[in-house]
Design a protein around this ligand. Structure first.
Ligand code: UDP
Ligand code: MG
Length: 327
């Protein structure tokens, strides 16, 4: 029997682009279904991530127009990763496979055919990998490239040039549900779950409308989250660096003692100041890195829910409606 596919699409303030891309997703669902690769029960699942514009209303309208459109709404904005997770967890009990994709049309929708083919060939996870970044601005390209390199250097294993466009089977999602961490970095988590995986490459287009919600500050935050939630290498680096500084200091101490014994102790104010400044700077950086990990432990111990769904298009309308309308 053909598998049921859910296309999971996070949407945050996307009123400009949603009316353009939603029909494209539906068309893809139809063509896959017509080719007999997926079941007619397949759906497009939008996840409204607490948008402040008309996004949720658009999603509800779409759901009224065609039963293949469905949507859930988060009670507030929680960020891209949590929105994707909410959609995947919602979908996992209703389908055999999910494909998560951004709603702005940047990721080539046609790569889905190859993804489904790979699933039918026995892969449980299929990563969408960008073959080039020609359409990104030079700055975005450079920072994104730096992002992956830095992650790898810090011991966080991620698939190069893969964002969150990927196919995941329901059985992998059921295992993923056991990863309870609040600091979510799906790109790092999915490879940890294991199972047979492969990748499909596509070229990345420009956003069809609207603006990016991933400025440099959010990319840096994502990189820090990714590293500190996947790897303890920075802590080890601190240890190594600490040892190095201690060694240098030890040599310095001997040098100072020898100088003092030889009676050449002309007070070196400059060298003293430099050492004090340097060592205290290093200590503060190290404390900061350790603090980042303690902060993560703190958030994990709270075990707060990672997403809260306030409305679903297939449930009685009302509860979530008033909330978005009132804003
Ligand atoms: N997004 C989200 N919550 C957020 C920020 C973004 O659900 O807080 C969604 C957004 O609607 C889009 C996807 O995440 O579908 C990727 O965002 P965007 O296209 O702005 O990032 P970029 O492609 O520029 O990295
Ligand atoms: Mg985008």
């Amino acid at each position: 029997m053909a598998p049921v596919l859910y296309i999971v699409i996070p949407c945050y303030n996307e009123q400009e682009v949603l009316p353009i891309t939603a029909p494209l997703f539906l068309e893809k669902l139809r063509s896959l279904s017509a080719a007999g690769k997926i079941s007619g029960e397949s759906r497009v699942l939008f996840v409204n991530d607490g948008s402040r514009d008309r996004t949720w209303e658009i999603i509800r309208d779409l759901a009224r127009q065609d039963e293949h459109y469905t949507g859930i709404s988060q009670s507030r904005n929680r960020g891209h990763q949590n929105a994707v997770l909410a959609g995947l967890m919602e979908a996992k009990d209703r389908c055999d496979i999910t494909i998560s994709i951004d709603c702005d049309g940047q990721d080539d929708i046609n790569a889905m055919d190859a993804m489904v083919d790979e699933y039918l060939n026995g892969c449980d996870v299929v990563y969408g990998v960008r073959s080039d970044r020609k359409t990104d601005s030079f700055f975005k390209r450079a920072t994104a490239q730096g992002f992956y390199k830095f992650l790898a250097a810090m011991g966080a294993e991620v698939v190069y040039n893969h964002a969150d466009y990927r196919l995941i089977s329901a059985r992998v999602l059921k295992e993923l549900a056991n990863f309870k961490e609040v600091n979510l970095f799906l790109r790092g988590l999915v490879p940890l779950v294991g199972f047979k995986s492969t990748s499909v490459s596509y070229s990345r287009a420009e956003r069809l409308a609207g603006e990016s919600h991933y400025p440099l500050s959010k990319m840096i935050a994502l990189a820090v989250d990714g590293i500190t939630s996947l790897s303890v290498r920075p802590l080890r680096l601190i240890m190594g660096f600490g040892l190095l500084v201690a060694l240098v200091s030890f040599i310095g101490v001997i040098w100072a003692l020898v100088d003092a014994l030889l009676g050449r102790t002309v007070a070196g104010w400059a060298s003293m100041t430099c050492i004090v400044c340097f060592v205290s700077g290093v200590q503060l950086i190290c404390l900061g890195i350790i603090g980042e990990y303690i902060g993560k432990i703190y958030m994990e111990t709270k075990q707060r829910p990672r997403y809260i769904i306030s409305a679903r298009t297939w449930e009685q309308e009302g509860a979530g409606e008033s909330e978005t309308v009132n804003k």
